[in-house]
Design a protein around this ligand. Structure first.
Ligand SMILES: [Zn+2]
Length: 360
C-alpha cells in the first residue's frame, strides 16, 4: 500500500493553535485534522456567525448556521477531538443534538438562545464527547440500538478519567505539572462540571428513551425532525434530519466498530453503515447541508454519497485500504485500516468490522 511521502506525523505535530476566549485551556496539544484546520481557524477567529456568552457558559461558542439553528462548539476535554452540538429552535419546542462532555451550563445556554421552551435532547451515540452532558436533563432520546450503551454512561463515575488519579503530581503535554485531582487533558474548573464529583451520591440518573429509525420529533406546527439510523461507529449511531431546513446532523460516521461485546454487534460494521446510506441516498437531493459531530459543517450532501462510495469499495475488498495501523496492547495486536473518502477525511475500520456476519 502506498504510504505518506513524508514524515507526516512530525509535520502534523507542529502547533497551529486557534485563538480562543474559552475557559477550557488545552494541556495536551492536539493537532486538528489538516482538512478541518483552516475551516475551524477562520470560523473561530474571524467569523461573524460567532456568539459567545461567557457569563452563562464560558466553555461553549455558538454559531448561527440557519435562521433557527446553532452549532455549539466545545473544545475537547480528553484529547479526542473538538466537538459540535446542534440546537434547533422549532415553533413550539427546541431540539438539541448531542450534549458534549457536561462541562458548563448547557441548559442555561439553551434557555438563553431559545427561551423557556421544552427542549428535546437527542444523542447521536454514547461516546463521552457526545452524551456526557445528558446528566443535566431529565430525559434523553437515542436510537433504540444505543440505549444499552447510553445507560452504561448514566452514572457519576464517567468523568473520573479526565483527572489525575495517580495520587502524585505528574508531567503531561509540554512539561506541564498536574497535581493529583487536577484535569489531565484540558484545564477546566471542576466546579463547572454539571455533576458534583465530591457528592456522587446526589447523582440523579436520567431517563433514556430509544426510538426506531424513522421516528419523527414534532417541534410544533408540523416542524419535524427525523431520527435516521446511520450505524457503524456504534450500534445505534443516529443522525437527525431537520425536514424543514433540509439539514442533517450526522454525528460520527468516519470510524466503524467500537465495541466487541453487548447487543446489536452486527450494526458496528461497514456493511450496516452502507445499508443505511443506500436507504438514505434518494433523499440526498432534498438536503441543504450536512453537519457532523466534528470538523467542517454545512458540507454538501454529496459527501454522504462519497461516504457511501467508500463503504462500497471496502465491502468489495476490505484489504484494499489506504493505510494500516497496528496497536499493541498487552499480548493483543489491534489492526485498523483507513480508506480515504473522496474530498473528505477517511473511513476507519478493522478487518473484523466489515461484514454483518462477522459480528453475529
Ligand atoms: Zn465523536
Amino acid at each position: 500500500m502506498p504510504g505518506p511521502l513524508t514524515n507526516s506525523k512530525a509535520i502534523n505535530g507542529i502547533p497551529r493553535p486557534i485563538k480562543s476566549d474559552l475557559k477550557s485551556k488545552r494541556i495536551i496539544f492536539e493537532p486538528e485534522h489538516v482538512v478541518r484546520w483552516s475551516f475551524l481557524k477562520v470560523l473561530r477567529e474571524f467569523s461573524t456567525l460567532k456568539e459567545f456568552y461567557p457569563e452563562i457558559n464560558p466553555y461553549t461558542e455558538c454559531y448561527k448556521v440557519r435562521d433557527n439553528t446553532w452549532a455549539l462548539f466545545n473544545e475537547s476535554f480528553d484529547g479526542a477531538g473538538d466537538v459540535w452540538m446542534y440546537l434547533i429552535n422549532g415553533p413550539k419546542k427546541a431540539l438539541i443534538v448531542d450534549t458534549s462532555f457536561g462541562v458548563g451550563d448547557l441548559k442555561g445556554l439553551i434557555r438563553h438562545l431559545v427561551g423557556d421552551k421544552e427542549v428535546i435532547v437527542c444523542n447521536t451515540h454514547h461516546h463521552f464527547d457526545h452524551c456526557y452532558g445528558n446528566a443535566q436533563f431529565d430525559t434523553c432520546y437515542c436510537h433504540e440500538n444505543e440505549v444499552f450503551d447510553i445507560q452504561s454512561k448514566n452514572n457519576p463515575d464517567i468523568w473520573d478519567y479526565l483527572f489525575n488519579q495517580t495520587g502524585e503530581t505528574i508531567v503531561v503535554g509540554e512539561n506541564e505539572e498536574v497535581k493529583p485531582g487536577e484535569p489531565v487533558y484540558t484545564h477546566f474548573d471542576k466546579k463547572d462540571l454539571i455533576v458534583d464529583l465530591d457528592h456522587k451520591e446526589n447523582y440523579k440518573p436520567y431517563n433514556v428513551v430509544g426510538v426506531p429509525d424513522g421516528y419523527e420529533f414534532d417541534l410544533g406546527d408540523g416542524y419535524l425532525v427525523e431520527a435516521v439510523l446511520i450505524p457503524g461507529h456504534s450500534a445505534g449511531q443516529c443522525a437527525y434530519y431537520d425536514k424543514h431546513n433540509g439539514t442533517i446532523f450526522i454525528g460520527d460516521c468516519t470510524g466503524v466498530g467500537g465495541r466487541t461485546a453487548g447487543p446489536h454487534q452486527e450494526f458496528c460494521t461497514v456493511e450496516a453503515m452502507h445499508d443505511a446510506l443506500i436507504k438514505l441516498q434518494p433523499r440526498l437531493k432534498d438536503m441543504t447541508g450536512v453537519f457532523p459531530g466534528h470538523g467542517m459543517f454545512d458540507t454538501h450532501p454529496i459527501m454522504l454519497q462519497y461516504l457511501l462510495d467508500t463503504t462500497e469499495q471496502v465491502l468489495k475488498n476490505p484489504e484494499n485500504y489506504d493505510k494500516k495501523t497496528e496497536m499493541v496492547r498487552g499480548d493483543h495486536t489491534f489492526v485498523s485500516y483507513t480508506k480515504n473518502i473522496h474530498q473528505w477525511t477517511a473511513l476507519r475500520y478493522s478487518p473484523t468490522s466489515v461484514y454483518k456476519n462477522q459480528r453475529k
